[in-house]
Every structure is written in C-alpha cells, then in structure tokens.
Design a protein around this ligand. Structure first.
Ligand SMILES: Cc1cc2nc3c(=O)[nH]c(=O)nc-3n(C[C@H](O)[C@H](O)[C@H](O)COP(=O)(O)OP(=O)(O)OC[C@H]3O[C@@H](n4cnc5c(N)ncnc54)[C@H](O)[C@@H]3O)c2cc1C
Length: 407
C-alpha cells in the first residue's frame, strides 16, 4: 500500500504549535516537579490543561463534536510525538493513558446517552477515567481469555464481582470501564462484556496503590475490588458478550498512541545526549568526537527513525479501515524496546550525570521500562506476529493459492 507520510498543513501547524507549547509552558513544570506529575496534583493538571486550551492544542484526537481537533491516526502520530517531548505533555493535552484510549473506545462504541454522560466530561478534562482489565494470577493478563471477574444477571442490571490490578489512574477517576465475564468460564475465547461503572458505586473500592518502577501516571496503578457491585442495564458498553471485540477497538490504537508519546521522550533523551556530547570535553576532544559515542548517537537515530516509520505505517492501515493487527504488534514491540535503548544510551553518554536526579534522564529510564509489559508484553506480540506469519507457511492439505493469498 503506498503511504503518503507528509502531514497536511493543518496537522503540521498543530504539531508546530504543540512543540512550542510543550517547550515553553510544559517543560518548565516538568523540571520543577522532577518529572512526577502527581507531585503537582489536580491543581497542576488543571493549570496545564487550561494553558493547552488557551494555546489551542487541547484534545487533538477527539472529534470536533466533543471539543477536539478530530485528527486521524496519522495526524495523531505527528502531534502526540511532539506532546511526548515532556512527561507532562500528554496530560496537558488530555491525551494521556488511559483516558485517551477510553475516549477512542467511547467514541466508537458508546450510545449517544453514554457519550454525553461519560465521553463529554472526559474529553473536556473535567474528569478522569480508568480501564479495568488485568487481574492478579490466575486471572486475565497477557492472556485475556483467563478473565475471571464475573457479571451476573439480576433484575434490571448486573452484579459484578472480582479483583483487578495495575489499573492506571484509578485513584481519582470518576469511573472505570470494567471487563467482566457474562458467560462461559476462564479460558473461553468469548463471553466478556464491558461495563461503565461510576467510582462511587457501592462495593467498588481501591485496595491499594501498587508501588512500581514508574511514577509518571496520574492516579497511580491500583488494585481494585468489585464486591457485589450492582449496575443497571445502561452500564453495558456496546453489546453483552462482545467485550473482547471492543477490547481490540481500543487496544490497537492505544498501543500506537503509547508508542507515539514514548517516541517523544526518546527524542528528548537523544537531544540531551547530543547536547552533552557537544559540550563535554575529555581526552583532549569533545565527547561527540569519540567514535564509540558517535556509534551510540547513530544507533539511537536509527531507532528513532525506524520507530516513527513503523508507527506511521500502522496508523495508515487503521486510517484506511484495516485492523492493523500485525503492523501495530510489530510497531509496539519494536518501539517499546527501541525507546528503552535510546534512553539507556543517552544515560550512558551523560555518565554519572545521567543516573543523577540533576537531569530527567533517570526518570525517563524508569518511565519507559514498563512499556515492554503493558499493552501486551514483547513476548506476547512476538508470539502473535509469528503465528500470523506462519499461517502463510506451506502445509499439508493447503493449495498454493491458499498459501499465497495472505502473503
Ligand atoms: C505500568 C503498568 C500499567 C498498567 N495499566 C493497566 C491498566 O490501566 N489496565 C489494565 O487492565 N491493565 C494494566 N496493566 C497490566 C498489563 O496490561 C499487564 O501487565 C500485561 O497484560 C501482562 O499481564 P501480566 O502482568 O499478568 O503478565 P503475565 O500474563 O503473567 O505474563 C508474564 C510474562 O510472560 C511472558 N509471556 C507472555 N505471553 C507470552 C507468550 N505468548 N510466549 C512467551 N512468553 C510470554 C512475558 O514475558 C510476560 O511479561 C498495566 C501494567 C503495567 C506494568
């Protein structure tokens, strides 16, 4: 498929304004708060979002009807990368996980009433949300079919029981989108349903904040308990038993938007390394004149360029109405690992300064590492990529036509 990689004028102009906004307004706040947005609390979040609205860069992904710029996936790739230049950029633009993925899902699946009640306030930045899928073992993780949380039918609604963990943003979220089993048993490929559950619903409680390597997500990563949580029929998002299908609607774009944001941080890390390599003198030359440092800078340039193209390719497929199952898995696996390499090399180039708290590189290092696990661990994606490819392998009972039609 031929792909035009040139952003149109509107996207290019919005990306330029986003870059300017992030560098002048957001980066100083990031530096003042050590890169941990929770330190500034809701006051900081509101202040950043107000500034983004005034700069005309708020909610680039949401449709115009809900107050956004209505960018397609290719447009998002360009603008989100600019927002990702700072750890605080995505929150300022209201494109941080998990809200951004939830907005995408709600736009695609919710009823008009649900959109008014849940999407509009989320798109405006008035509330936050979370997405509850993963469960402690032996429940859903890399294998979503292990889903053990149940929703039992009762007069006028459903009763949800189960435990979720690593639910990003749960503390302070107004509601969660919760995946629960409405039919079948753990291990079955179907039978999941998504529910919109208000945070103050009786029986829903935050058990604890999980202490993690990263600290960059507002509202932390929480363990949640659902004990006899009753929700009415209108809490069902989409149709009963189609939750796994809707998860795909959310997951492919959401893993790409994570890639876009983290690509921004990787570029920032590379800039820090390049600046240091230009300034620091040792062994009678600039750091950047030493071959092994040049190799690190070059390898990172290659990782950045390849990451961007893989993201754009998968985005183009989604924009053309494709599933991007294979291309988004390839992009996610490569980018999650590449951004880790880029940040790690930048840290090495900076020496002891790199691991210190004097600059933000060590913070970036902690923030990017978990991306190799969430939105599908690298191994799960590699497994899926290989399985799809191997379906095209010659095998007994398959004609040549069958073998080549997927190539
Ligand atoms: C920072 C962070 C934020 C998160 N936020 C959310 C959230 O908001 N909502 C939510 O629902 N979940 C969230 N998660 C959970 C995340 O989606 C899961 O961690 C992920 O799906 C993996 O599941 P698991 O942790 O149970 O690992 P497991 O399923 O136990 O897998 C463990 C390891 O097994 C290996 N593995 C997996 N599949 C294969 C395979 N096919 N072949 C070989 N090896 C394999 C991988 O190395 C993997 O890391 C978050 C996780 C993290 C770390």
């Amino acid at each position: 498929m031929p792909i035009d990689f040139t952003p149109d004028d509107r996207v290019a102009e919005l990306a330029a304004r986003t870059a300017e906004f992030v560098r002048t307004v957001v980066v100083p706040e990031e530096e003042a708060h050590g890169g941990v947005v929770a330190v500034g609390g809701d006051e900081l979040r509101s202040r950043l979002q107000k500034a983004a609205r005034e700069a005309g860069v708020f909610a680039p992904h949401v449709s115009v009807e809900y107050g956004g710029h209505g960018l397609d996936m290719r447009g998002r790739a360009v603008v989100f990368e600019e927002a990702g230049w700072s750890l605080f950029g995505p929150l300022a633009l209201n494109i941080a996980a998990p809200d951004e993925g939830n907005m995408h899902l709600l736009e695609a699946v919710a009823t008009p009433e649900q959109k008014e009640r849940y999407l509009r306030p989320l798109a405006q930045g008035d509330v936050r949300s979370c997405f509850s899928m993963t469960e402690p073992a032996p429940g859903a993780g890399s294998d979503p079919t292990a889903l053990a949380t149940t929703a039992r039918r009762e007069a006028g609604g459903w009763v949800v029981n189960g435990r979720k963990w690593f639910i990003t943003g749960a503390d302070g979220a107004a509601y969660t989108i919760c995946m629960a089993r409405t039919s079948g048993s753990p291990g079955d490929r179907g039978g999941a349903t998504m529910f919109l559950i208000d945070a103050d619903t009786p029986g829903l409680r935050i058990v604890r904040h999980i202490d993690t390597l990263d600290e960059g997500f507002f509202g932390g990563h929480c363990e949640l308990e659902f004990e006899d949580v009753f929700v009415e029929d209108d809490a069902v998002l989409g149709e009963v038993d189609r939750g796994f299908e809707y998860a795909q609607v959310r997951l492919a774009p959401a893993r790409l938007t994570h890639c876009m944001r983290w690509l921004g941080i990787a570029r920032r890390a590379q800039q820090i390394a390049v600046d240091r390599a230009g300034e620091r003198e040792l062994f009678g030359s600039r750091l950047g004149d030493l071959g092994m440092v040049q190799a690190m800078i070059a390898d990172s340039e290659i990782d950045l360029a390849a990451s961007r193209l893989l993201i754009w390719q998968a985005c183009a497929e989604l924009d053309e109405g494709g599933s991007a199952a294979q291309s988004s898995s390839i992009a996610k696996t490569f980018v999650a690992e590449a951004v880790g390499r880029v940040v790690d090399r930048a840290l090495q180039v900076c020496g002891a300064l790199g691991v210190s708290g004097d600059i933000l590189l060590s913070r970036y290092h902690r923030e990017v590492r978990p991306f190799r696990i969430y939105d599908g661990p690298s191994e799960t994606h590699r497994w899926a990529i290989a399985k799809r490819r191997l379906r095209q392998a010659p095998g007994p009972g398959r004609t040549l036509d069958e073998r080549t039609q997927h190539a």
